[in-house]
Ligand binder design. Sequence first.
Ligand code: F6P
Length: 321
Amino acid sequence: MRVAVLTSGGDSPGMNACIRAVVRIGLNRTCDVVGIHGGFQGILDRKFQKMDSRTVSRILHRGGTCLTTGRSEEFKTIEGTKKAARILTEEKIGGLIAIGGDGTMRGLAALQKYWDGKVIGAPGTIDNDLFGTDFSIGFDTAVNNALSAVDKIRDTGEAFSRVFLIEVMGRHSGFIALHVGISSGATAAVIPETPTDLEAIAARIIKGRELGKRSVFVIVAEGDEEGDATEISGKLSKLIGEKCRVSVLGYIQRGGNPTHSDRLLASRIGAFAIDCLLAGTTGVMAGEVNRKVILTPFEDTWAKKKEIEPWMLELMEDLSG
Ligand code: F6P
């Protein structure tokens, strides 16, 4: 069988480890493996590369993606999807593994309507917002990247007795913010999944100040109903009568060497995905739940909501002092 692999949407650390696993296991099973550059757009532009064991050397420890990525508007159209299906057939590709977030799973689901090859997704996004896997590839690294930045900002908070609002990524999900919030000792994590009570946060900050707390920081997820860190800083500054500083961590979270957890997860999921594909499975995302590899139909990955565990919310609140 000739199988292809691509990465799509936002890059995430560990994508390379996943590509490597797909390629090496595919070759072990005597497949022809093709890498597609630039995400789904790469199919339309015929950016195919024959992969061998050496093309995936020296990438396991690197962030980003050796296949490059993209968000293709053309592929999203019905004509674009049909064209991609036609090209994959012309290229005699029998199966495709795409690594990415919810947009990638939607792309695969659309492709499946017009193409009779097998399609499997692998969860690669720092946002960790896909149903069907406890953690997505790149999440752990992003949290650690954010955590090390917060630890540094804290030094200034301590030195000047300042209040910081630190914005982390996540698009519409608060997983990064909550994990960083608990692990960094933040006063609060503001996340889109729960109603944000700025007055309660302000009361906590004021109480902390009364008890001699110098460095105060609140982690703000993208997508909160109260706005981004800058908007929230305006509101909170008024409530506490003190100017809040803002630090938006941005893309620093998405880059850099993947952690051990991400390398292991990516390798396991990549190997599982290619073996499932070769066994004839299609239309699903490969993930890991409770340390076991599982398959989830594409639609469930975005239509079912991955819940924030209540103990995390409680712990966040109970530990902030
Ligand atoms: O989905 C990953 C992510 O990094 C989100 O956390 C963020 O909102 C978004 O991508 C940024 O997208 P772009 O790379 O297009 O700026």
